[in-house]
Write a protein that binds this ligand. Structure first.
Ligand code: MEV
Length: 449
């Protein structure tokens, strides 16, 4: 694929929907049918094939997160979400990140874990030995997905865990590690677990109960990092250094306190879920895994790490980082360093990524060629979304931006025409009375009830 044009879209939000679509279509080289899908999306017949008891379709807005530079590549981000401000905020944060060269990302191999629960095992140590002796055969038997095998994936290894003390006595838990390549892999992994379960039962002398993947996909992680000069954060009212200091302090709060961490991480998922929904990935699975990972120390904490960086020497405290020596010496200090790492199981083949017609368009806009690449974009969006939220919280507070969008919605509810929405919203915010009755009064004053 040719390098894409810049994703820095100035004033995109002020354009009409038609203009935005035209810009996006040209940018992502969408054909007329793909553009059509943006408006028509899923047919009832397609919906009926996706789930049971279908009676209709439920539409949500699809927006575009702009300005993303990830590993030096330009990206526009399709985002499906009902909450105002999220798309604007993430685009703003991505613009800030560009001043430091954008996001840098990485990921592990896409290894999923299937769990097989064995109960009533007479001798767990002997059972472990017996299972280990047969590991190669068990892995061969677990190679049940020809599609994933064709992509170069498949079963990789067994891990055996002894849960000595549960409410119903000891259990032996076998983890099957399965490389899913470009598939999310839930079906393949569950099938593999069910296939080898009878042999594990025989080998252990116990009784198999559950055979299901774990959504704590800690072997399938992605991470994103960013380094932004403090000067980029300065505004009329705040110095860049004060904002960066505030972000570091806010992160410390979310690392120390589960009440704050929950909200902090929710902000991360605002961005992550929106991309997962746009690409028809299982956002409940990713959310479950992310929250569990946030509690891996025994306490639920922020998933992000934000640090004040005074100069190159501060990087001696960061274990490994993606910034080249020339970037480190050219960037203006002090700077803000951020990192988000979390389990991220996504697919670009199979499942709803293929049955929902818009998922294909979303993947094309993203320009991804592998599930790993998608997971890396998703985690960069999560980091950007968190940056936007925390930056707002440590400066004006979150309500100012929300109020403006809220005021626009109130103006629309009051019956404002397209050209009246912004002037009415501005008046409502200025007066501090964001109510439908007031919007109606203002409309009457300018001659439209
Ligand atoms: C709102 O959807 C998300 C935030 O609450 C996240 C946060 O507090 O960091 C703004």
């Amino acid at each position: 694929m040719n390098p894409r044009p810049s994703s820095r879209l100035s004033g995109y939000y002020q354009k009409s929907i038609e203009e935005r679509v035209a810009i996006l279509a040209e940018w992502a080289d969408l054909c007329a049918d793909e553009v059509d899908l943006l408006h028509t999306a899923l047919t009832l017949a397609q919906a009926d094939k996706m789930i049971e008891n279908v009676v209709g379709r439920y539409a949500l807005p699809l927006g575009v997160g702009a300005n993303f530079l990830i590993n030096g590549d330009e990206h526009l981000i399709p985002m499906v979400i009902e909450e105002p401000s999220v798309v604007a905020a993430v685009s703003f944060a991505a613009r800030l990140a560009r001043t430091g060269g954008g996001f840098f990302t990485g990921s592990t191999d896409p290894i999923m874990i299937a769990q097989i629960q064995l109960l009533d095992v007479p001798d767990p140590v002997a059972a472990e030995r017996a299972i280990r002796a047969e590991e190669a055969d068990l892995l061969a038997a677990a190679n049940t997905s020809s599609t994933i095998a064709r992509l170069g994936g498949g079963p990789r290894r067994l891990e055996i865990r002894h849960l000595a003390d549960t409410a119903v006595g000891p259990m032996l838990i076998v983890h099957l590690h399965f490389d899913c390549r470009d598939a999310m892999g839930a079906n393949a992994v569950n099938t593999a677990a069910e296939t080898i379960a009878p042999r594990l039962e025989t080998l252990s002398g116990g009784r198999v109960l559950l055979r299901i993947l774990s959504n704590l996909t800690d072997q399938r992680r992605a991470w994103a990092e960013v380094l932004i000069p403090a000067a980029s954060f300065s505004t009329h009212d705040y110095s860049g250094e004060a904002v960066v200091q505030g972000i570091v302090e806010a992160n410390a709060f979310a690392l120390a306190d589960p009440y704050r961490a929950t909200t902090h991480n929710k902000g991360i998922f605002n961005g992550i879920d929106a991309v997962l929904i746009a690409t028809s990935n299982d956002w409940r699975a990713v959310a479950a895994g992310g929250h569990a990972y946030a509690a891996r120390s025994g306490q639920y904490r922020a998933l992000t790490d934000w640090r004040w960086i005074s100069g190159i020497e501060d990087f001696s405290a960061v274990d490994s980082h993606p910034f080249s020596p020339s970037r480190l010496s050219n960037i203006q200090y002090p700077a803000l360093y951020g990192r988000l790492e979390m389990p991220l199981s996504v697919g670009i083949v199979g499942g709803a990524t293929r049955t929902h017609p818009l998922a294909g368009v979303a993947l094309k806009i993203l320009g991804v060629t592998s599930a790993r690449q998608l997971s890396e974009i998703v985690v960069a969006v999560g980091l950007a979304q968190n940056l936007a939220a925390v930056r707002a919280l440590v400066t004006d507070g979150i309500q100012r931006g929300h109020m403006r969008l809220h005021a626009r919605q109130i103006a629309i509810t009051a019956g404002a025409r397209e050209d009246q929405v912004d002037p009415i919203a501005t008046r409502l915010v200025h007066e501090g009375t964001i109510r439908v009755e007031r919007a109606r009064e203002l409309l009457t004053q300018i001659g439209q009830p």
